[in-house]
Write a protein that binds this ligand. Sequence first.
Ligand code: PGA
Length: 247
Amino acid sequence: MNLIVANDYADLSRVAAERIAAAVARKPDAAIVLATGNTPMGAYAELARMQRAGAFDATHIRPFQLDAYLGIPFDDERALYGWLERAFLRPLGIARERVVMLPDGAPDPEAACRAYDAAVDAAGGFDLAVLGLGPNGHLGFNEPPSPADAPTRRVILTEASLNSNGPYWGGRDRVPREAITCGMRHLLAARETLLLVSGAHKREILRATLYGPVTSDVPASLLRLAGKVTVIADAAACGRDDPTWRC
Ligand code: PGA
């Protein structure tokens, strides 16, 4: 696992966008699983800027949705697909037909999960995973404990995730209680992973991810068993001012 310490959020976003663009330059039809959440938003905006400048071309990528709340209508403002569409797909001109989705309102969530895993297998696995770090160490909605072989599945959100997602939607009570998430099995098998971490509030969980026990109780720590993983963290998340910190 490599660690890049960015000066600030803008620097993190630029470095992450350059890494994504480099992966796509190597393989234009890369299968990429993409997080929503606040952290990758700067990188996605930077990619759109690069595409306008001719320095990035998203035409052939194969995007995969990372996670979805369950039981809300497709056009609900909380639908995570909608967030991905606003932040990534539309600015880059990627049509919905190209995206492998995790449908929020699926009548049969288990079947939707099986179809998603089959689509990842058919794509030959992920070429790139762009992930954020949950305050409880979750990746996507792989809530602790999530074993390394966990498939794509239906999950009940933990208190930590309800609390941290509350601000996205105007309060904790508006956060759906269940979700479906791409499983750890496919995430850990990605040929390249970028884990983006920003802000002082992520300091402790970043430390646990990098230096604590490798355990399903901190799903992100399992990335230390995976292949090519780069953590891009800003100085606030690293706590450079903390003398006990080893960044
Ligand atoms: P954030 O969310 O990027 O908004 O911090 C990360 C997560 O909870 O997975």
